[in-house]
Ligand binder design. Sequence first.
Ligand code: CP
Length: 294
Amino acid sequence: MRSLISVLDLNREDVLNLYQLFLDFKRGRREKLDGSVMLLFLESSTRTRLSFEKACRQLGLETYYAGKGETSIDKGETLLDTFRTLKYLGFDAVVFRIPFVLFPYQEYIREGIVLVNAGDGTHQHPTQGLVDLFTAMEVFGSLEGVKVLFVGDILHSRVFRSTAPLFRMMGAQIGICGPATLLPYDPSSLGVSMVFHQVEEGLRWADLVEYLRLQKERFKENYISSERSYFAQFGMTKERYEGFKGYVMHPGPVNLYVDMDPEVVYGERSLVAEQVRNGVFVRMAVMYYLMKDG
Ligand code: CP
């Protein structure tokens, strides 16, 4: 495997290999690679961009960065031609975040430069999926039969489309909950076994809940009446957290008092900080896995 665009291209062996590498790097394994990596982020990011940058540097890779408005994409150059240009400039890999869906992507990965998807529109965010999976595996050990509930804007969530298939691959059951306007049209095609319209019901069912941010940058219409009413109806309030016996996750960034109460984000059964911490080691594992054979 030389590129990572979608978790659907990973098999169980890839995921278990990546998990072992993640654990090794977290325990202090050191590796050095030669090469240079372009971080092309056409959408904003804190966690993903900086954890990739740190991961690459810890592996001895040179990093370069270009953000929105800093490339000739603004002058009409296509993304494919941009990847080719980066290859001719001598880059070995491009980590990219883009506001649109890269699909189909076979033409891109044939270019012979390592491509790593750091989030493309509503499609995929594979390294976030691995962060969420590995964080849960550290806590639960086996995920066989573990009930995982996703709450929020499932419809626009690239995190859901990345994290849920990985949890399913490891034997977890998937439930979803959110406003009817923000649920997918055909949940069973996404491997969802339970759909909840009342968050209390979902929380009674779940062992682990992952809240997902309202992707307002992708809304074209009013999917919710107000953030205040959304929080009251679906949010992880202190009261809901106290009544819930499982663990809480959020890929970040958290919108406080929309998705979660701030006391929950840093609560004892919250894995949010660990997800951020694990981001560097997951991305070291991914970059090493993709680039180790030159
Ligand atoms: N989870 C995530 O992708 O966060 P950033 O947008 O800060 O990278």
